[in-house]
Design a protein around this ligand. Structure first.
Ligand SMILES: C[S@@+](CC[C@H](N)C(=O)[O-])C[C@H]1O[C@@H](n2cnc3c(N)ncnc32)[C@H](O)[C@@H]1O
Length: 245
């Protein structure tokens, strides 16, 4: 069976996400601020960053802007998303853009041979398309890819603990989407935003897991300072540090 996450390879979903959804994500600036703060503390001098499921590269760029000597690897399996990342990072010389599917173990062979370990690995709203078994395997792979002292940060869509809480997340997100549509003057009604939210093509590809469970996996793997650093309903920033030996 074809996995549902391939919807991300279409230009249509790429455009919808980049122009109509990314700018509406609640606490987006705070998520990036906390991410940068954690990176700064774990690794004051970053030399390499991997942004996995990079989309247009918003997260990796935020790290590169602060660590101007660092090299960035931006990886995604969507050609239109990689094109958007190239365009966003136009003028950044220390970047590489790689088309790979991290759902398959062979993704590791797709990394540049001269850049196969990293100080920072970030991922945004992407890994939740993988089954839990693969999520755990990926976290092990990240641990192995990190340099001692390096940090992994996952800004992720996670599971609610009850349908009641799930509804609260949906209300929040639809309010944020509607406010964003008004801000950009799209003319979309609340009902249209609501209908699009519930029929969005990537919804079927979601395999959400509770953040606490995912933090436990990271601790079992050996990550330190594991926590959920920021959370608003189903949007969580979590991760951990690989301590220097
Ligand atoms: C919701 S977008 C998030 C983009 C960006 N990280 C952000 O924070 O805005 C999810 C991204 O993950 C990518 N993606 C999903 N599954 C993937 C896979 N198995 N391998 C590589 N990229 C994947 C999609 O193509 C898409 O660009």
């Amino acid at each position: 069976m074809k996995s549902q996450d391939v919807v991300w390879q279409t230009s249509e979903l790429t455009q919808t996400y980049l122009t109509g959804i990314r700018g509406a994500i609640p606490l987006a600036q705070e998520q990036i601020d906390v991410m940068r703060r954690l990176v700064r503390a774990a690794c004051p001098s970053v030399s390499s960053v991997l942004d996995l499921g990079c989309g247009d590269g918003i997260l990796g760029q935020a790290i590169l802007d602060e660590h101007t000597q660092a090299f960035g690897v931006f990886a995604d399996f969507s050609a239109p998303m990689l094109e958007a990342a190239r365009s966003r990072l136009d003028g950044y010389s220390r970047c590489r853009f790689i088309d790979l599917d991290y759902g398959k173990k062979a993704w590791l062979d797709g990394l540049p041979p001269d850049l196969s370990s990293f100080d920072v690995i970030v991922s945004g709203f992407s890994i939740h398309h993988q089954p839990d078994v693969r999520k755990k395997e990926l976290y092990v792979e990240f641990y192995e890819l990190l340099n001692p002292g390096g940090i992994f940060l996952n800004l992720e869509h996670v599971a609610s603990h009850s349908p009641w809480l799930e509804r609260r997340f949906e209300e929040l997100f639809i309010d944020a989407l509607f406010a964003y549509q008004q801000q950009i003057g799209s003319g979309m009604s609340r009902q249209q935003v609501d209908a699009e939210f519930y029929s969005r093509p990537d919804k079927a590809a979601n395999i959400l897991s509770p953040v606490e469970e995912q933090c436990d996996w990271l601790r079992e793997i050996g990550f330190n300072h594991v926590d959920c650093y920021l959370k608003i309903f189903e949007l969580a920033l979590f991760g951990g540090v690989k301590l220097a030996e």
